[in-house]
Design a binder for this molecule. Structure first.
Ligand SMILES: [Zn+2]
Length: 196
């Protein structure tokens, strides 16, 4: 989806080094994003557009944290999302395939970053409308914070990636337990977090 790729441009080192990156400032990431999401803007964003993209990302991340904590979306948040979407129009087009089936499609009117920001907002709005809000998640690894939509059948996905964050947290829990049981006194808490 457009919105999750976008908000994850705020990247945190899931291995716990404390390092983070703002990938919106990296040309390589921007090129990947534009290709991946078929962004129609012809060039990389200008400084002003980058500032706006960061403002949108920070709004969406706040909204996602709000939803992931179990809160309902507020009318104020809906208004802000509407403002972002109102910045650029779409047009509708009806088409007919060979088997006579009729399709209604929406096309962005402009090929620029203002339009891209409206499309990102619209993709999140569409998830709010059609999706299940309890599936909007933030990875349980406190160092990672990757945002994803849990599309597993029993909505049990706790980590962005079970092989990476899932395994790492398992190892941390195991080490914490082992330290606790092997220490002569339990007066101090294990510091297993520092080991990975
Ligand atoms: Zn993760």
């Amino acid at each position: 989806m457009l919105w999750d790729d976008f908000v994850n441009s705020e990247w945190h080192d899931w291995r716990g080094s404390g390092r983070s990156e703002d990938r919106l400032g990296q040309e390589k990431w921007l090129h990947w994003f534009m290709q991946q999401e078929q962004v129609t803007a012809p060039d990389l964003p200008s400084q002003k557009e980058l500032d706006e993209l960061r403002e949108l990302r920070s709004f969406l991340l706040d909204l996602i944290r709000h939803i992931a904590s179990g809160e309902a979306v507020t009318s104020y948040q809906v208004d802000i999302l509407n403002e972002w979407m109102a910045k650029a129009p779409v047009y509708r087009k009806l088409s007919q395939s060979a088997d006579q089936a009729i399709h209604l499609s929406y096309f962005p009117e402009n090929a620029n970053w203002t339009q891209v920001m409206a499309e990102i907002s619209a993709s999140f709005a569409s998830t709010l409308e059609k999706g299940d809000l309890s599936r909007i998640r933030i990875c349980d690894n406190p160092d990672c914070l990757w945002v994803y939509y849990d599309d597993t059948r029993n909505r049990s996905k706790r980590y962005c990636d079970d092989k990476m964050c899932g395994n790492l947290m398992k190892v941390r829990r195991f080490r914490a337990k082992k330290k606790l049981s092997s220490s002569p006194s339990n007066s101090s808490m294990p510091k297993a977090e520092e080991e990975l």
